[in-house]
Design a protein around this ligand. Structure first.
Ligand SMILES: Nc1ncnc2c1ncn2[C@@H]1O[C@H](COP(=O)(O)OP(=O)(O)OP(=O)(O)O)[C@@H](O)[C@H]1O
Length: 354
């Protein structure tokens, strides 16, 4: 087990910087998820920790040792990739044992470790099968088992569930969580799936264009996004974010609609963020945001209304009760829950208190 320290880690490809200095102290046993849109540098960051990419600047420390110039096999880490990379001619047992055999571990110890991992991953019935006779989920568990038997200081996983169907992904997500709880191993996990990120992580690194926009627990990221980018990226359906002008507590919205919002931290142009669940039906006559609905999606317990602020093309998503009779073409008047406002600086995109 190990603590991982990233200190101003940078990466350039032929002079083009793609990771712009990431610093983070990952505690021994912590589960950290690197999340962000395609191309933001998640895999590159993970591969630098693994030793599969050279580090252009800064240092990576694993278990108190700077590993910048160490080969992957010298770093005491195990990596699981999205494409499993199993040996087709070997059985599940042989696939899992292979790395240990190469490391000349004693046979009895290899067997014990393979059995322990197989039990944890519910692979015991398949130990003598070849990969081609396994389902996608089973193959992914073998890839996981192969990493597990090495009992490394840290686990690095790059989108390990992206080749599985939705139902299997949920199962494997729970299994990964269980595995982490029982091994207590430091884990770095890359995904672009925010549900995986929110449910697995002790802490998240939310990345955008090679920068860590926020490093915090999933709940902090959801409740107090540090930037407009994070606010828009985390949460489904996404947060409604639009430009407003504040004059004291009088706030003018797109379309000229005016709300009285208490405790505005400053006047002038601001970006206002409101999650769909924090918009409440207005009382008759109350100053409200009129939302003209373009479509309503009914999910049973809830319904989502997609539309625009009346008289504008500013998109708004509402979360309505499953019993709502709202329909496409109707206008629904809503007011924000004023304890749940998010305000961002229009220039820097950074959160303005609260
Ligand atoms: N070998 C390379 N040479 C040049 N540029 C590269 C190389 N590998 C990655 N990049 C660039 O670095 C940036 C980050 O890539 P990376 O693969 O880390 O992103 P990612 O967040 O993992 O994306 P995805 O979710 O699509 O896998 C991208 O702009 C990519 O084009």
């Amino acid at each position: 087990m190990a603590r991982i320290l990233l200190n101003d880690v940078r990466k350039s490809y032929s002079g083009n910087q793609v990771i712009h200095g990431i610093t983070m102290d990952i505690a021994d046993g912590e589960f950290v998820v690197i999340v962000g849109p395609s191309g933001c540098g998640k895999s590159t960051l993970l591969r630098m920790v693994a030793g599969l990419e050279a580090i252009t600047g800064g240092t990576v420390e694993i278990g108190g040792k700077v590993v910048n110039t160490l080969e992957p096999r010298e770093r005491d880490i195990a990596m699981v990739f999205q494409n499993y990379a199993l040996y087709p001619h070997m059985s599940v047992r042989e696939n899992m044992a292979y790395g240990l055999k190469i490391a000349r571990m004693q046979r009895s110890e290899i067997e014990a470790r393979v059995l322990r991992a197989a039990r944890m991953l519910e692979l015991e019935p398949y130990l003598d099968r070849k990969p081609r006779a396994l389902s996608g989920g089973q193959r992914q568990r073998v890839a996981m088992g192969r990493a597990l038997v090495r009992e490394p200081a840290a686990f690095l996983l790059d989108e390990p569930l992206s080749n599985l169907d939705a139902k299997l992904r949920v199962q494997m997500r729970l299994q990964i969580k269980d595995m982490h709880l029982s091994t207590g191993q430091t884990t770095l996990y890359v995904t672009h799936d925010q549900v995986e990120a929110m449910t697995l992580a002790d802490r998240l690194i939310v990345m955008n264009k090679g920068v860590a926009e926020q490093i915090a627990t999933p709940l902090e990221v959801y409740q107090r996004p540090a930037t407009e980018f994070v606010a828009g990226f985390i949460g489904s359906p996404a947060m409604n974010i639009f430009s407003v002008t504040a004059d004291g507590d009088r706030v003018t919205l797109p379309g000229g609609h005016v709300l009285d919002l208490p405790d505005m931290p400053r006047s002038g142009h601001l970006r206002l963020g409101l999650r769909p669940e924090h918009l409440i039906p207005a009382e008759p006559g109350e100053a409200a945001i009129p939302v003209q609905l373009r479509s309503v999606e009914r999910l049973g317990a809830d319904a989502f209304g997609y539309g625009t602020i009346e008289g504008t093309d500013v998109a708004m998503t509402l979360r309505l009760p499953g019993t709502s009779t709202a329909e496409r073409g109707q206008t629904v008047a809503v007011v924000p829950d004023t304890r749940q406002l998010h305000l961002f600086d229009p220039e820097s995109g950074r959160r303005i208190t609260p």
